[in-house]
Design a protein around this ligand. Structure first.
Ligand code: SF4
Length: 291
């Protein structure tokens, strides 16, 4: 849940999730709709699907326990190099470092070398003996991430109170490396076409190829280079929506119809048992102003 998401946002979701699914076995018996519904509003729904798949595989093949080998753990859905290292370090106290943006910045600043010039895997391998000097590997994984988030922050690092300032090359140097630029923001334009009916329902399909919501409930949506008129549709409004590093500029169109296009289903604009992503709910809010 914490991938790309702040702790304060995650906490209520995590508590609700843990209350509902107390064990890996309990989660494995949940259905996708139920799990996605609990995730509703948190975004990046692939994480929820992977978690569910993962729990099922763990129950089936690993006696409901996370494997302790890096090769095995990386076979699980949604677990790449970073998550594997974080899990093995935190759960099994293995000497590992989860190289996220915060941790890379700490190392890069300590060496006063730009991140892109460091091979972090080699760096960790080479400095194993210096890095893992206690048996508290689990705390170390967590501490490094927290250190990067709270002390060696992206902007304005707290060098004066930092316990590493006596050896840190960034702190000592007159020629400090530059802070890493923010993530590249991408601007995209989309036309969205909504079939609606007088019962205040909207036609949605899971059969879409939109990367950030692939196979989730959406009306027809098309990426366009620039906006042009869509004659057969009524224009409702233009609005903005941001998802991660994407800034979406949306032109919303509608059409009243009682006929459903193939592979679409009607959904109420007010209440649905089935999971509907926040992106689509925003569309609901705009379309609801027609009634
Ligand atoms: S001294 Fe400053 S730059 Fe160096 S590790 Fe500490 S906070 Fe980061």
């Amino acid at each position: 849940m914490l991938q790309q998401t702040q702790v304060k946002t995650v906490i209520p979701y995590f508590n609700k999730f843990r209350k509902k699914f107390r064990t890996i076995k309990a989660l494995s018996k949940g259905n996708e709709r139920e799990v996605l519904k609990m995730w509703e509003g948190l975004g990046y729904y692939r994480r929820a699907r992977n978690l569910l798949k993962c729990s099922r595989l763990l129950v089936k093949n690993y006696k409901s326990k996370l494997p302790s080998s890096i090769i095995e753990i990386k076979k699980l859905p949604g677990i790449g190099e970073y998550t594997a290292n974080a899990l093995l370090g935190m759960i099994y106290n293995q000497p590992r470092i989860a190289l996220d943006g915060n941790v890379k910045r700490v190392f890069s600043r300590n060496l006063n070398i730009e991140e892109k010039k460091i091979n972090f895997d080699k760096f960790v391998e080479k400095n194993k003996k210096k890095l893992f000097i206690t048996n508290r590997n689990s705390d170390f994984v967590e501490a490094l991430m927290e250190f990067g988030a709270l002390i060696c922050k992206p902007k304005d690092p707290n060098c004066l109170i930092c316990c590493l300032n006596k050896t840190c090359k960034y702190f000592k140097s007159d020629k400090k490396i530059k802070s890493i630029r923010n993530r590249m923001i991408k601007n995209k334009n989309y036309d969205i076409f909504c079939y609606i009916n007088r019962k205040q329902q909207i036609a949605l399909t899971k059969n879409n190829q939109i990367s950030f919501l692939k196979n989730f409930n959406l009306p027809e949506i098309k990426e366009v280079k620039s906006f042009s008129k869509n004659r057969n549709w009524k224009f409702l409004k233009n609005y903005k929506n941001s998802i991660s590093n994407l800034k979406l500029n949306i032109n919303l169109y509608y059409k009243f119809s009682n006929k459903l296009p193939p592979n679409y289903n009607w959904y109420s604009l007010k209440k649905n048992k089935e999971f509907v992503p926040s992106f689509t709910k925003k569309i609901f809010r705009q379309v609801s102003t027609l009634f």
